[in-house]
Design a protein around this ligand. Structure first.
Ligand code: PXL
Length: 352
């Protein structure tokens, strides 16, 4: 198996846990060797005192990485994980570099394919890359078609992540912009994400971020599904709205996932999660790094992957109540686990 290249582009803080302080620990504790690129160096997530990495510096490092990896015929097992980036210029540089490499890889595979180059792994990758590039444009919107009594019982070989994205090369974009109604990046960052988000393979906005990306207000499930559909129709392969809270159900949060199934149907599921009275940011960063790890290490049914990630997240939050920081180190064994712990979170189909 060729080497794993995880590139985590997020914030770094002197004190506490968010951004790369979470991702680097989680990924290493789960046995990965991530490449860490810090977009800012702040005192803490509460005090944004410190400095931002200049966009020229981000560009130097990323373009060097791209130069080193573009020529290979393989997908190189390259995984970009992007999170907190504070300025428009920095977001642009990061996203443009990722998109450049992505396009180069796709071009290479399409050229190889048309030149009739074969060989099991290359041919398979070519076919998958071409399929995942064009799939969403031909999608028809249908509800998840499972019967109600089948809910929570998706089979392991259903909804395989391998059928949704190219698992040897993907970009997981956490469009970190806002939480609890508060914007914590420059406001012109929103437009950059709006322009380039469609290139992401996986996107994980929270409720506020979905509202910003889709210029909408989310008051009910219909609004959420509309936002999800907009992103899927723009070209994103897998959309996970990590937490939605409705006024009519203050005791729970909902996670929604949408993707194009193997049958070319837009498919939606949700998870109902008990809501702790806990407003500490960082849980989105924990979610995205765990999700990346589960996808590249285990693969399989995306609904089962999300369930395991949620189980871990819920346990860590439960064990961090009354603290202003997530207890990442104290819960390292849970973080490194297979996710079959605590309350099992089960998916339910969303009927449109
Ligand atoms: O968890 C998101 C995040 C990441 N990085 C920094 C933050 C926040 C949220 O507050 O401030 C620096």
């Amino acid at each position: 198996m060729s080497k794993e290249n995880i590139v985590s582009i997020q914030s770094q803080v002197f004190d506490g846990f968010c951004g790369n302080n979470i991702a680097s620990f989680v990924l290493r504790r789960r046995g990965h060797i991530p490449k860490i690129l810090n977009t800012v160096h702040y005192y803490s997530k509460y005090k944004h005192i410190g400095d931002e990495t200049k966009h020229e510096e981000l560009n130097k490092i990323l373009s060097e990485f791209i130069k080193d990896n573009v020529s290979s015929l393989d997908c190189n097992n390259i995984y970009f994980l992007t999170g907190y980036i504070n300025t428009k210029e920095c977001v642009e540089v990061v996203l443009k570099n990722i998109i450049t490499l992505k396009k180069e890889k796709e071009k290479k595979y399409i050229n190889l394919n048309s030149a009739g180059v074969t060989g099991a792994s290359t041919a398979e990758t070519v076919a998958k890359m071409a399929a995942t590039t064009t799939a969403t444009t031909t999608a028809t919107t249908t509800a998840a078609t499972k019967e109600k009594d089948e809910k929570c019982q998706t089979k392991e070989d259903e909804y395989l992540i391998e059928d949704i994205i190219e698992v040897n090369f993907f970009w997981l974009c956490d469009p970190v912009m806002a939480d609890y109604g508060k914007l914590y990046v420059h406001k012109d960052v929103v437009d950059v994400y709006k322009k380039y988000a469609s290139f992401a393979d996986i996107i994980t906005p929270n409720q506020n971020e979905l509202e910003l990306l889709c210029d909408t207000k989310i008051n009910n499930e219909n609004d959420t599904i509309k936002g999800l559909t907009l992103l899927l129709n723009s070209g994103v392969k897998l959309v996970i709205v990590t937490s939605v809270q409705y006024n009519f159900d203050m005791d729970h949060l909902y996670l929604y996932v949408g993707f194009l199934s193997k049958k070319k149907e837009l498919t939606y599921f949700k998870y109902k999660i008990y809501r702790y009275d806990y407003c500490v940011s960082g849980s989105g960063d924990l979610f995205s790094s765990l999700l990346l790890s589960f996808i590249i290490r285990g693969g399989g049914n995306i609904l089962h992957i999300i369930s395991k990630v949620l189980n871990i997240l819920h346990c860590v939050i439960k064990n961090s109540l009354n603290s202003l920081e997530l207890h990442i180190i104290e819960n390292q064994d849970i973080i490194a686990s297979d996710g079959l712990c605590g309350t099992m979170h089960k998916e339910e189909p969303v009927f449109l």
